[in-house]
Ligand binder design. Structure first.
Ligand SMILES: Cc1cc2nc3c(=O)[nH]c(=O)nc-3n(C[C@H](O)[C@H](O)[C@H](O)COP(=O)(O)OP(=O)(O)OC[C@H]3O[C@@H](n4cnc5c(N)ncnc54)[C@H](O)[C@@H]3O)c2cc1C
Length: 469
Protein backbone atom coordinates (compact mmCIF):
# COMPACT_ATOMS: atom_id res chain seq x y z
CA UNK A 1 0.00 0.00 0.00
CA UNK A 2 1.35 3.44 -0.80
CA UNK A 3 2.40 5.64 2.09
CA UNK A 4 0.01 8.30 0.89
CA UNK A 5 -2.97 5.98 1.39
CA UNK A 6 -1.70 5.10 4.86
CA UNK A 7 -1.47 8.69 5.88
CA UNK A 8 -4.31 10.88 4.72
CA UNK A 9 -3.57 14.59 4.66
CA UNK A 10 -5.07 16.64 7.49
CA UNK A 11 -8.66 17.79 7.27
CA UNK A 12 -7.50 21.29 6.37
CA UNK A 13 -6.42 19.99 2.98
CA UNK A 14 -9.45 17.97 1.99
CA UNK A 15 -10.80 20.64 -0.34
CA UNK A 16 -7.75 20.44 -2.59
CA UNK A 17 -7.51 18.53 -5.81
CA UNK A 18 -6.54 14.89 -5.49
CA UNK A 19 -3.00 14.00 -6.56
CA UNK A 20 -1.87 17.62 -6.47
CA UNK A 21 1.77 17.85 -5.43
CA UNK A 22 2.10 18.28 -1.64
CA UNK A 23 4.91 20.38 -0.20
CA UNK A 24 5.41 20.26 3.56
CA UNK A 25 7.56 22.95 5.17
CA UNK A 26 8.81 22.59 8.75
CA UNK A 27 9.44 25.94 10.46
CA UNK A 28 8.05 29.46 10.18
CA UNK A 29 11.37 31.31 10.52
CA UNK A 30 13.07 33.07 7.60
CA UNK A 31 13.73 29.86 5.67
CA UNK A 32 10.27 28.34 6.06
CA UNK A 33 8.21 31.47 5.54
CA UNK A 34 10.10 32.72 2.48
CA UNK A 35 9.95 29.22 0.94
CA UNK A 36 6.17 29.13 1.48
CA UNK A 37 5.73 32.54 -0.13
CA UNK A 38 7.91 31.58 -3.07
CA UNK A 39 5.52 28.69 -3.73
CA UNK A 40 2.46 30.97 -3.93
CA UNK A 41 1.98 30.41 -7.65
CA UNK A 42 3.14 26.79 -7.73
CA UNK A 43 0.69 24.11 -8.73
CA UNK A 44 1.00 22.50 -5.31
CA UNK A 45 -0.60 22.40 -1.88
CA UNK A 46 1.75 23.84 0.71
CA UNK A 47 1.48 22.87 4.39
CA UNK A 48 3.66 24.85 6.79
CA UNK A 49 4.06 23.19 10.20
CA UNK A 50 5.68 25.09 13.07
CA UNK A 51 5.67 24.89 16.83
CA UNK A 52 4.86 28.57 17.27
CA UNK A 53 1.99 30.51 15.75
CA UNK A 54 4.35 33.25 14.64
CA UNK A 55 7.21 34.00 12.32
CA UNK A 56 10.15 35.43 14.25
CA UNK A 57 12.49 38.25 13.32
CA UNK A 58 15.30 37.07 15.63
CA UNK A 59 17.68 39.96 14.83
CA UNK A 60 15.43 42.35 16.80
CA UNK A 61 14.77 40.12 19.82
CA UNK A 62 17.21 42.14 21.90
CA UNK A 63 14.98 45.19 21.40
CA UNK A 64 12.02 43.25 22.83
CA UNK A 65 14.20 42.27 25.78
CA UNK A 66 15.21 45.87 26.46
CA UNK A 67 11.75 47.43 26.12
CA UNK A 68 12.07 49.14 22.72
CA UNK A 69 9.73 46.91 20.69
CA UNK A 70 6.69 44.80 21.48
CA UNK A 71 6.73 41.08 20.77
CA UNK A 72 4.04 41.48 18.07
CA UNK A 73 6.30 43.73 16.03
CA UNK A 74 8.98 41.08 15.62
CA UNK A 75 6.66 38.07 15.61
CA UNK A 76 3.70 38.46 13.24
CA UNK A 77 1.14 35.65 13.04
CA UNK A 78 2.18 33.16 10.35
CA UNK A 79 -1.48 32.40 9.64
CA UNK A 80 -2.15 36.09 8.98
CA UNK A 81 0.94 36.45 6.77
CA UNK A 82 -0.17 33.49 4.63
CA UNK A 83 -3.93 34.14 4.81
CA UNK A 84 -4.04 35.49 1.27
CA UNK A 85 -2.04 32.58 -0.19
CA UNK A 86 -4.80 30.18 -1.29
CA UNK A 87 -2.52 27.14 -1.67
CA UNK A 88 -1.00 27.45 1.83
CA UNK A 89 -2.23 25.77 5.03
CA UNK A 90 -0.67 26.54 8.40
CA UNK A 91 -0.58 23.85 11.12
CA UNK A 92 0.57 24.37 14.70
CA UNK A 93 2.59 21.54 16.21
CA UNK A 94 6.03 20.31 17.14
CA UNK A 95 7.40 17.94 14.54
CA UNK A 96 8.64 14.87 16.37
CA UNK A 97 9.12 12.47 13.54
CA UNK A 98 10.07 12.58 9.89
CA UNK A 99 9.76 9.28 8.04
CA UNK A 100 11.75 9.56 4.84
CA UNK A 101 10.67 6.14 3.58
CA UNK A 102 6.95 6.71 4.15
CA UNK A 103 7.28 10.41 3.22
CA UNK A 104 5.39 11.62 6.27
CA UNK A 105 5.88 14.18 9.00
CA UNK A 106 4.34 13.63 12.44
CA UNK A 107 3.63 16.71 14.53
CA UNK A 108 2.36 16.90 18.07
CA UNK A 109 0.06 19.32 19.85
CA UNK A 110 -1.77 18.93 23.17
CA UNK A 111 -1.49 15.15 23.33
CA UNK A 112 -2.50 14.62 19.69
CA UNK A 113 -0.39 13.53 16.77
CA UNK A 114 -1.03 14.74 13.23
CA UNK A 115 0.50 12.86 10.32
CA UNK A 116 1.04 14.87 7.15
CA UNK A 117 2.15 13.25 3.92
CA UNK A 118 4.45 15.03 1.49
CA UNK A 119 5.80 14.74 -2.01
CA UNK A 120 8.43 17.42 -1.33
CA UNK A 121 9.72 18.39 2.10
CA UNK A 122 11.54 21.57 3.13
CA UNK A 123 13.10 21.37 6.60
CA UNK A 124 13.73 24.85 8.01
CA UNK A 125 13.82 24.05 11.72
CA UNK A 126 16.85 26.22 12.51
CA UNK A 127 19.00 26.02 15.61
CA UNK A 128 18.53 26.34 19.35
CA UNK A 129 20.76 27.64 22.12
CA UNK A 130 23.86 25.68 23.03
CA UNK A 131 25.42 25.99 26.47
CA UNK A 132 28.43 23.92 25.30
CA UNK A 133 27.52 20.93 27.44
CA UNK A 134 26.57 23.02 30.50
CA UNK A 135 22.82 22.76 30.11
CA UNK A 136 22.24 23.66 33.78
CA UNK A 137 23.41 27.22 32.93
CA UNK A 138 20.03 27.62 31.22
CA UNK A 139 18.32 27.83 34.61
CA UNK A 140 20.20 31.02 35.46
CA UNK A 141 21.00 32.54 32.07
CA UNK A 142 18.25 32.54 29.46
CA UNK A 143 19.35 32.54 25.84
CA UNK A 144 18.06 34.76 23.05
CA UNK A 145 16.21 32.50 20.69
CA UNK A 146 12.51 33.01 21.24
CA UNK A 147 9.86 35.51 22.30
CA UNK A 148 9.72 33.67 25.64
CA UNK A 149 13.46 34.25 26.09
CA UNK A 150 13.19 37.95 25.21
CA UNK A 151 10.26 38.57 27.56
CA UNK A 152 11.92 36.67 30.38
CA UNK A 153 15.04 38.77 29.89
CA UNK A 154 12.98 41.95 29.85
CA UNK A 155 11.51 40.91 33.22
CA UNK A 156 14.92 40.03 34.63
CA UNK A 157 16.62 43.22 33.42
CA UNK A 158 13.96 45.69 34.58
CA UNK A 159 13.36 43.52 37.68
CA UNK A 160 17.03 43.78 38.71
CA UNK A 161 16.72 47.59 38.94
CA UNK A 162 13.47 47.23 40.96
CA UNK A 163 15.07 44.83 43.43
CA UNK A 164 18.13 47.05 43.75
CA UNK A 165 15.87 49.99 44.70
CA UNK A 166 14.59 47.86 47.62
CA UNK A 167 17.91 46.42 48.73
CA UNK A 168 19.85 47.94 51.62
CA UNK A 169 23.13 46.00 51.53
CA UNK A 170 25.57 47.82 49.20
CA UNK A 171 27.09 44.51 48.02
CA UNK A 172 23.65 43.20 47.11
CA UNK A 173 22.83 46.44 45.25
CA UNK A 174 26.09 46.04 43.31
CA UNK A 175 25.22 42.43 42.47
CA UNK A 176 21.72 43.39 41.29
CA UNK A 177 23.12 46.17 39.14
CA UNK A 178 25.72 43.93 37.46
CA UNK A 179 24.70 42.50 34.08
CA UNK A 180 26.89 39.86 32.44
CA UNK A 181 26.38 39.19 28.72
CA UNK A 182 28.20 36.03 27.57
CA UNK A 183 29.25 36.06 23.90
CA UNK A 184 30.68 39.04 21.98
CA UNK A 185 29.10 38.26 18.61
CA UNK A 186 26.40 40.53 17.16
CA UNK A 187 23.70 39.40 19.65
CA UNK A 188 25.91 39.95 22.71
CA UNK A 189 27.20 43.29 21.43
CA UNK A 190 23.68 44.56 20.70
CA UNK A 191 22.35 43.30 24.02
CA UNK A 192 25.18 44.81 26.09
CA UNK A 193 24.92 48.11 24.19
CA UNK A 194 21.21 48.33 24.86
CA UNK A 195 21.46 47.54 28.58
CA UNK A 196 24.11 50.27 28.87
CA UNK A 197 21.84 52.77 27.10
CA UNK A 198 18.87 51.68 29.20
CA UNK A 199 20.72 52.30 32.44
CA UNK A 200 22.44 55.51 31.37
CA UNK A 201 19.66 57.19 29.38
CA UNK A 202 16.22 55.69 29.91
CA UNK A 203 16.30 54.91 33.61
CA UNK A 204 18.61 57.65 34.81
CA UNK A 205 15.88 59.73 36.49
CA UNK A 206 13.43 56.94 37.35
CA UNK A 207 14.74 55.74 40.70
CA UNK A 208 15.17 57.53 44.03
CA UNK A 209 17.51 55.32 46.08
CA UNK A 210 19.79 53.81 43.46
CA UNK A 211 21.77 55.37 40.65
CA UNK A 212 20.93 53.29 37.55
CA UNK A 213 23.81 54.88 35.63
CA UNK A 214 26.20 53.08 38.00
CA UNK A 215 25.10 49.70 36.63
CA UNK A 216 27.98 47.50 35.42
CA UNK A 217 27.44 45.96 32.01
CA UNK A 218 30.06 43.30 31.34
CA UNK A 219 30.44 41.72 27.90
CA UNK A 220 32.66 38.67 28.01
CA UNK A 221 33.88 36.11 25.53
CA UNK A 222 36.30 33.20 25.52
CA UNK A 223 37.96 34.57 22.37
CA UNK A 224 39.94 37.80 22.38
CA UNK A 225 37.86 39.60 19.77
CA UNK A 226 34.62 41.53 19.56
CA UNK A 227 32.51 40.73 16.47
CA UNK A 228 35.18 38.35 15.07
CA UNK A 229 33.28 37.79 11.80
CA UNK A 230 33.35 41.52 10.99
CA UNK A 231 37.15 41.71 10.77
CA UNK A 232 39.74 43.69 12.74
CA UNK A 233 38.84 47.20 11.69
CA UNK A 234 35.13 47.07 12.54
CA UNK A 235 35.77 44.92 15.62
CA UNK A 236 38.08 47.61 17.01
CA UNK A 237 35.56 50.36 16.25
CA UNK A 238 32.79 48.38 17.94
CA UNK A 239 35.03 47.80 20.93
CA UNK A 240 35.83 51.51 21.33
CA UNK A 241 32.20 52.52 20.98
CA UNK A 242 31.07 49.93 23.54
CA UNK A 243 33.64 51.17 26.04
CA UNK A 244 32.57 54.76 25.43
CA UNK A 245 28.94 53.97 26.34
CA UNK A 246 30.00 52.19 29.51
CA UNK A 247 30.28 48.49 28.56
CA UNK A 248 33.14 46.69 30.30
CA UNK A 249 34.83 44.19 27.97
CA UNK A 250 36.36 41.03 29.40
CA UNK A 251 37.87 39.02 26.55
CA UNK A 252 39.66 35.67 26.77
CA UNK A 253 37.34 34.89 29.68
CA UNK A 254 35.46 31.57 29.74
CA UNK A 255 32.37 30.95 31.88
CA UNK A 256 33.04 27.71 33.76
CA UNK A 257 30.29 27.80 36.38
CA UNK A 258 27.01 29.48 37.21
CA UNK A 259 24.57 29.59 40.12
CA UNK A 260 21.74 31.79 41.33
CA UNK A 261 24.13 34.43 42.63
CA UNK A 262 26.80 34.73 39.99
CA UNK A 263 29.14 33.31 37.37
CA UNK A 264 32.54 31.62 37.68
CA UNK A 265 35.14 32.74 35.15
CA UNK A 266 38.44 31.24 33.99
CA UNK A 267 40.73 33.83 32.45
CA UNK A 268 43.21 33.22 29.64
CA UNK A 269 46.09 32.73 32.13
CA UNK A 270 44.11 30.01 33.94
CA UNK A 271 43.13 32.07 37.00
CA UNK A 272 39.63 31.68 38.31
CA UNK A 273 37.39 34.42 39.62
CA UNK A 274 33.75 35.09 40.27
CA UNK A 275 31.36 37.86 39.23
CA UNK A 276 28.37 38.37 41.48
CA UNK A 277 25.37 39.04 39.24
CA UNK A 278 21.61 38.59 39.27
CA UNK A 279 21.33 38.79 35.50
CA UNK A 280 23.60 36.67 33.33
CA UNK A 281 22.53 36.52 29.68
CA UNK A 282 23.65 33.78 27.30
CA UNK A 283 24.40 35.00 23.77
CA UNK A 284 26.87 32.30 22.73
CA UNK A 285 26.59 29.06 20.82
CA UNK A 286 24.02 27.29 18.69
CA UNK A 287 23.00 23.67 18.39
CA UNK A 288 20.94 22.39 15.49
CA UNK A 289 17.34 21.24 15.75
CA UNK A 290 17.26 17.51 16.62
CA UNK A 291 15.39 17.03 13.35
CA UNK A 292 18.81 17.31 11.70
CA UNK A 293 20.00 14.13 13.43
CA UNK A 294 16.78 12.37 12.45
CA UNK A 295 17.35 13.23 8.80
CA UNK A 296 21.00 12.13 9.01
CA UNK A 297 20.16 8.78 10.60
CA UNK A 298 17.68 7.93 7.86
CA UNK A 299 19.63 9.24 4.88
CA UNK A 300 23.28 8.75 5.85
CA UNK A 301 23.93 12.50 5.55
CA UNK A 302 26.77 13.77 7.73
CA UNK A 303 26.30 16.17 10.61
CA UNK A 304 28.74 18.85 11.70
CA UNK A 305 29.71 19.39 15.36
CA UNK A 306 26.65 21.56 16.00
CA UNK A 307 24.35 18.88 14.51
CA UNK A 308 23.71 20.67 11.20
CA UNK A 309 23.13 18.61 8.08
CA UNK A 310 25.61 18.29 5.20
CA UNK A 311 23.28 18.56 2.22
CA UNK A 312 24.22 18.51 -1.46
CA UNK A 313 24.98 21.71 -3.37
CA UNK A 314 21.32 21.79 -4.43
CA UNK A 315 20.29 21.68 -0.72
CA UNK A 316 18.83 18.16 -0.95
CA UNK A 317 19.56 15.18 1.27
CA UNK A 318 21.76 12.41 -0.17
CA UNK A 319 19.49 9.90 -1.91
CA UNK A 320 16.42 12.06 -1.29
CA UNK A 321 16.06 14.72 -3.98
CA UNK A 322 12.57 15.44 -2.62
CA UNK A 323 13.92 16.60 0.78
CA UNK A 324 15.53 20.03 1.15
CA UNK A 325 17.29 21.44 4.21
CA UNK A 326 17.47 25.24 4.33
CA UNK A 327 18.64 28.05 6.61
CA UNK A 328 20.53 27.60 9.86
CA UNK A 329 20.14 23.82 9.72
CA UNK A 330 22.56 23.53 6.78
CA UNK A 331 26.08 22.44 7.75
CA UNK A 332 27.72 25.56 6.41
CA UNK A 333 31.21 24.10 5.97
CA UNK A 334 30.17 21.98 2.97
CA UNK A 335 29.94 25.25 1.04
CA UNK A 336 32.89 27.23 -0.19
CA UNK A 337 33.06 29.83 1.25
CA UNK A 338 31.15 28.49 4.30
CA UNK A 339 27.64 29.87 4.74
CA UNK A 340 27.16 32.20 7.71
CA UNK A 341 24.21 31.50 10.06
CA UNK A 342 22.29 34.60 9.01
CA UNK A 343 18.81 35.52 7.87
CA UNK A 344 19.85 36.08 4.23
CA UNK A 345 21.14 32.50 3.92
CA UNK A 346 17.80 31.24 5.24
CA UNK A 347 15.77 33.49 2.93
CA UNK A 348 17.81 32.70 -0.18
CA UNK A 349 18.05 28.95 0.51
CA UNK A 350 14.30 28.77 1.24
CA UNK A 351 13.58 30.50 -2.06
CA UNK A 352 16.08 28.26 -3.87
CA UNK A 353 14.32 25.11 -2.62
CA UNK A 354 10.97 26.58 -3.71
CA UNK A 355 12.38 27.45 -7.16
CA UNK A 356 13.66 23.89 -7.60
CA UNK A 357 10.24 22.45 -6.72
CA UNK A 358 8.50 24.89 -9.08
CA UNK A 359 10.88 23.96 -11.91
CA UNK A 360 10.24 20.26 -11.37
CA UNK A 361 6.47 20.75 -11.37
CA UNK A 362 6.68 22.74 -14.61
CA UNK A 363 9.09 20.17 -16.10
CA UNK A 364 11.68 22.92 -16.55
CA UNK A 365 15.43 22.88 -15.96
CA UNK A 366 16.21 22.97 -12.23
CA UNK A 367 18.20 25.93 -10.89
CA UNK A 368 21.01 23.56 -9.78
CA UNK A 369 23.52 24.43 -7.03
CA UNK A 370 22.61 27.01 -4.41
CA UNK A 371 24.72 30.16 -4.68
CA UNK A 372 24.59 32.49 -1.69
CA UNK A 373 24.71 36.20 -2.53
CA UNK A 374 26.30 37.85 0.48
CA UNK A 375 24.46 41.09 1.20
CA UNK A 376 26.73 41.92 4.12
CA UNK A 377 26.33 41.92 7.88
CA UNK A 378 25.70 44.58 10.46
CA UNK A 379 25.30 45.10 14.20
CA UNK A 380 24.09 48.10 16.20
CA UNK A 381 26.07 49.21 19.18
CA UNK A 382 24.04 52.10 20.48
CA UNK A 383 21.65 54.66 19.06
CA UNK A 384 23.09 56.30 15.94
CA UNK A 385 25.99 53.84 15.91
CA UNK A 386 26.33 50.55 14.07
CA UNK A 387 28.97 48.65 12.14
CA UNK A 388 28.21 47.27 8.70
CA UNK A 389 30.28 45.23 6.29
CA UNK A 390 28.83 45.09 2.76
CA UNK A 391 31.17 43.58 0.15
CA UNK A 392 34.38 45.66 0.22
CA UNK A 393 32.59 48.55 1.99
CA UNK A 394 33.00 49.01 5.76
CA UNK A 395 30.65 51.45 7.45
CA UNK A 396 30.52 52.49 11.08
CA UNK A 397 28.93 55.16 13.22
CA UNK A 398 25.86 56.96 12.00
CA UNK A 399 26.18 55.77 8.35
CA UNK A 400 26.21 52.17 9.49
CA UNK A 401 23.24 52.88 11.71
CA UNK A 402 21.10 54.43 8.94
CA UNK A 403 21.84 51.41 6.73
CA UNK A 404 20.96 49.07 9.63
CA UNK A 405 17.67 50.92 10.16
CA UNK A 406 16.66 50.72 6.49
CA UNK A 407 17.55 47.05 6.03
CA UNK A 408 15.68 45.98 9.16
CA UNK A 409 12.58 47.91 8.16
CA UNK A 410 12.58 46.31 4.70
CA UNK A 411 12.77 42.77 6.06
CA UNK A 412 10.22 43.21 8.86
CA UNK A 413 7.08 41.40 7.77
CA UNK A 414 3.92 43.49 7.38
CA UNK A 415 3.23 47.16 6.76
CA UNK A 416 1.57 47.63 10.18
CA UNK A 417 4.67 46.30 11.95
CA UNK A 418 6.96 48.60 9.99
CA UNK A 419 4.93 51.67 10.96
CA UNK A 420 4.74 50.84 14.67
CA UNK A 421 8.40 49.77 14.78
CA UNK A 422 9.42 53.10 13.27
CA UNK A 423 7.34 54.93 15.90
CA UNK A 424 8.90 52.90 18.70
CA UNK A 425 12.37 53.62 17.35
CA UNK A 426 11.58 57.34 17.37
CA UNK A 427 10.48 57.07 21.02
CA UNK A 428 13.70 55.29 21.99
CA UNK A 429 16.32 56.81 19.71
CA UNK A 430 15.16 60.44 19.39
CA UNK A 431 13.73 60.53 22.90
CA UNK A 432 14.97 58.43 25.79
CA UNK A 433 11.85 56.38 26.46
CA UNK A 434 11.10 52.71 26.09
CA UNK A 435 7.50 52.05 25.11
CA UNK A 436 7.46 48.38 26.08
CA UNK A 437 8.40 48.11 29.73
CA UNK A 438 5.57 45.81 30.80
CA UNK A 439 6.82 42.87 32.82
CA UNK A 440 4.75 40.04 34.27
CA UNK A 441 5.48 37.32 36.80
CA UNK A 442 4.68 34.70 34.17
CA UNK A 443 7.33 36.01 31.82
CA UNK A 444 10.03 35.78 34.43
CA UNK A 445 9.13 32.49 36.09
CA UNK A 446 7.25 30.37 33.59
CA UNK A 447 10.22 28.85 31.73
CA UNK A 448 11.88 27.36 34.80
CA UNK A 449 8.52 26.33 36.35
CA UNK A 450 7.67 24.48 33.13
CA UNK A 451 11.10 22.85 33.02
CA UNK A 452 10.59 21.49 36.51
CA UNK A 453 7.01 20.47 35.70
CA UNK A 454 8.16 18.48 32.65
CA UNK A 455 10.82 16.88 34.81
CA UNK A 456 8.30 15.81 37.50
CA UNK A 457 5.50 14.88 35.05
CA UNK A 458 7.20 13.53 31.95
CA UNK A 459 5.01 13.56 28.87
CA UNK A 460 5.02 9.94 27.58
CA UNK A 461 5.07 11.08 23.95
CA UNK A 462 7.89 13.50 24.65
CA UNK A 463 9.77 10.71 26.41
CA UNK A 464 9.26 8.49 23.38
CA UNK A 465 10.57 11.15 21.04
CA UNK A 466 14.21 11.14 19.99
CA UNK A 467 16.62 12.69 22.50
CA UNK A 468 16.67 16.45 22.56
CA UNK A 469 13.13 17.05 21.41
C1 LIG B 1 19.31 36.83 18.85
C2 LIG B 1 19.63 36.64 17.40
C3 LIG B 1 20.07 37.71 16.63
C4 LIG B 1 20.35 37.55 15.29
N1 LIG B 1 20.75 38.63 14.56
C5 LIG B 1 20.93 38.49 13.23
C6 LIG B 1 21.25 39.62 12.43
O1 LIG B 1 21.41 40.73 12.94
N2 LIG B 1 21.36 39.44 11.09
C7 LIG B 1 21.18 38.22 10.51
O2 LIG B 1 21.25 38.12 9.28
N3 LIG B 1 20.91 37.14 11.24
C8 LIG B 1 20.77 37.24 12.58
N4 LIG B 1 20.47 36.15 13.33
C9 LIG B 1 20.41 34.83 12.66
C10 LIG B 1 19.09 34.63 11.95
O3 LIG B 1 18.03 35.00 12.79
C11 LIG B 1 19.01 33.16 11.54
O4 LIG B 1 20.07 32.90 10.66
C12 LIG B 1 17.69 32.84 10.87
O5 LIG B 1 16.62 33.08 11.74
C13 LIG B 1 17.66 31.39 10.40
O6 LIG B 1 16.43 31.12 9.83
P1 LIG B 1 15.86 29.64 9.82
O7 LIG B 1 14.54 29.71 9.10
O8 LIG B 1 16.87 28.70 9.33
O9 LIG B 1 15.63 29.26 11.35
P2 LIG B 1 14.74 29.98 12.44
O10 LIG B 1 14.50 31.40 12.10
O11 LIG B 1 15.39 29.65 13.74
O12 LIG B 1 13.35 29.23 12.33
C14 LIG B 1 13.18 27.90 12.75
C15 LIG B 1 11.70 27.60 12.75
O13 LIG B 1 11.49 26.21 12.94
C16 LIG B 1 10.55 26.00 13.98
N5 LIG B 1 10.86 24.70 14.55
C17 LIG B 1 12.03 24.26 15.06
N6 LIG B 1 11.93 22.97 15.44
C18 LIG B 1 10.67 22.59 15.17
C19 LIG B 1 9.94 21.38 15.34
N7 LIG B 1 10.51 20.28 15.85
N8 LIG B 1 8.65 21.35 14.96
C20 LIG B 1 8.05 22.44 14.43
N9 LIG B 1 8.69 23.62 14.24
C21 LIG B 1 9.98 23.68 14.60
C22 LIG B 1 10.77 27.18 14.90
O14 LIG B 1 9.66 27.38 15.74
C23 LIG B 1 10.93 28.29 13.86
O15 LIG B 1 9.68 28.68 13.36
C24 LIG B 1 20.20 36.28 14.70
C25 LIG B 1 19.78 35.19 15.47
C26 LIG B 1 19.51 35.38 16.80
C27 LIG B 1 19.04 34.20 17.64
Amino acid sequence: MSPRANHPTPTGQTGHALNRHRVVIIGSGFGGLFAARALARADADVVLIARTTHHLFQPLLYQVATGILSEGEVAPSTREVLAGQANATVLLGEVRRIDLAARTVTSHLDGHDTVTAYDSLIVAAGTGQSYFGNDHFAEFAPGMKSIDDALELRGRIFGAFERAELATDPAEIRRLLTFVVVGAGPTGVEMAGQIAELSRRTLRHDFRRIDPTAARVILLDAVEEVLPTFGDQLGTKARRRLERIGVELQLGATVVGMDARGVEIRDGDGTRRRIETACPIWAAGVSASPLGRMLAEQSGAELDRAGRVAVGQDLTLPGHPEVFVVGDLIASAVYDPPLPGVAQVAIQSGRHAARTIRARLAAQVEPGPFRYRDKGSMATISRFSAVASVGPVRLSGVFGWVLWLGVHLVYLIGFKNRVTTLLHWMVSFLGRGRAERTVTDQQVRARNVLRHHHHDHPDPLRAAAPPGL
